[in-house]
Every structure is written in structure tokens, then in C-alpha cells.
Design a protein. Structure first.
Length: 106
């Protein structure tokens, strides 16, 4: 009987364990003052798609805001900020990487 009880308890714990580590999607807004054309927004979106855990992104050119949905278990907001900065754009309080070469027309 003890063996049967132990098997049931172990199975229950193993079934519940993946629920503790589910991927939670977070949404964060990034202020990018230099993002003023659809081409610059597309360029930035292309750069942040390389960051693991990015789910989706959208932009508003009037407010210069990039909204990013990402899995918080995979990446952090500061990783996304760093990718934007390395792409050559100032974001929030982080300056643009001075060594970044933006494509012509951006």
C-alpha cells in the first residue's frame, strides 16, 4: 500500500512541475526618439527579433514608442534595450552605440 501511495504522489508532483515553469509573456514599451520612419521601425524590429524570447512587437511613429511582447523566462527588458542600443538608436535612458553603422536612409 505504501508503494502504491508513493507512486501516486510522485506522479502527481511530476505532472504539476511543468506548470511552475510556464513562460510568462511580458509587454514593455521602449521610447526611441530617433524612430520616425517605417523603415527605421522595421530595422529595429529586425534587430530585436534576434533576441531569444521575443514574441511580437509593434510601433507608434507619432509617440516614438516600440511595444515588445517577450517571454520573461527567456529574456529581460534590459537585453532588448541593449539590442536597440547596439543597432544604433538611443532607447529610454540608454545612449545609442556610437560604433553602430545605420544603413543608408535610416
Amino acid at each position: 500500500m505504501k508503494k502504491y501511495y508513493l507512486i501516486i504522489c510522485s506522479t502527481t508532483v511530476l505532472m504539476l512541475l511543468p506548470g511552475c515553469f510556464r513562460a510568462e509573456v511580458q509587454t514593455t514599451d521602449y521610447s526611441i526618439p530617433q524612430m520616425n520612419t517605417p523603415a527605421s521601425a522595421a530595422y529595429i524590429q529586425g534587430k530585436i527579433k534576434r533576441v531569444p524570447g521575443i514574441v511580437d512587437s509593434s510601433y507608434n511613429l507619432e509617440t516614438h514608442i516600440l511595444t515588445v511582447d517577450y517571454q520573461s523566462s527567456t529574456t529581460r527588458s534590459m537585453n532588448i534595450e541593449e539590442a536597440i542600443s547596439l543597432a544604433g538608436y538611443a532607447v529610454n535612458n540608454r545612449p545609442a552605440n556610437p560604433k553602430a553603422k545605420l544603413p543608408q536612409g535610416l
